[in-house]
Design a protein around this ligand. Structure first.
Ligand code: ZN
Length: 242
């Protein structure tokens, strides 16, 4: 069984389509949230995600902000401008879908959240200390998170409380034998200085985890960001991958 694991699409339909084509046929799709925010294609991405097979989709902080559940003042100025723009353009159908999204889902031995198991929508897992604290907040072997836009794995060492981190090699299938927190990186706004869209394939029978990167037409997305009068910073960062 091949499961496509996506996160942080951020209204970038071109990157999403490139990922779907690159991933090929999959049995299920797990989307870890932030379908919208920053990019120019929120409705298109919400509609496209719903066409994917056996979809499980989580709520991200940008999705939550669009639903007015989070005070907009908690975002920086550029993010705020794009959230306000988004609230104006989102269709009723998009809102209905976003309202339906859960904050936390458990599928067999995997917990899915956007940010962290301790604080599913908001917390960033950015270091070993933080990852270690969060190991206590899920019961399954594996927890998958997004939110930081960085593909990374935090792995328990020999079943102990000690953790190590690793950045999986592109295309290499790693068997996850211990408890772990896994992040597939971001489809629509990578922040590890590699501008290519990032995603993972998960093989549940053997707990296989495989990171993939794929190029997409960044210029086309930048053009749509400009046309929508969204902050130019969101266009510029795509080419740098941050
Ligand atoms: Zn995000």
């Amino acid at each position: 069984m091949r499961i496509l694991v996506l996160s942080d699409i951020h209204a970038n339909l071109t990157a999403l389509e490139a990922v779907l084509e690159d991933a090929g046929e999959v049995d299920a799709v797990w989307c870890l949230g932030d379908i919208i925010g920053y990019g120019p294609d929120p409705n298109e991405c919400v509609a496209r995600i719903q066409t994917l097979p056996n979809l499980t989709c989580l709520l991200g902080n940008h999705d939550s902000a669009a639903l007015h559940r989070i005070p907009i003042e908690t975002f920086n100025q550029d993010a705020r401008r794009s959230i306000e723009w988004m609230q104006n353009v989102l269709t009723r159908d998009s809102y209905i879908f976003l309202y339906s999204l859960p904050e936390r889902v458990v599928i067999d031995q995997v917990t899915l959240v956007h940010g962290s198991p301790r604080n599913p929508v908001w917390e960033y897992i950015l270091d070993l200390h933080n990852a270690g604290q969060n190991m206590e907040h899920f019961d399954t072997q594996i927890c998958m998170v997004g939110h930081t836009h960085l593909p990374i794995a935090y792995l328990s060492v020999n079943g102990s409380r000690e953790l190590r981190w690793s950045v999986p090699n592109e295309g290499e299938c790693v068997e996850i034998k211990s408890r772990a927190i896994l992040n597939p990186g971001s489809v629509g706004q990578p922040r590890d200085h590699d501008p290519r869209a990032s995603y993972a394939i998960f093989y549940p029978e053997k707990n296989g985890w495989e990171i993939h990167r794929v190029e997409y037409d960044i210029r086309a997305v930048q053009k749509r960001i400009r046309m929508a009068d969204l902050p130019m910073r969101h266009a510029l960062r795509l080419i740098e991958g941050w």
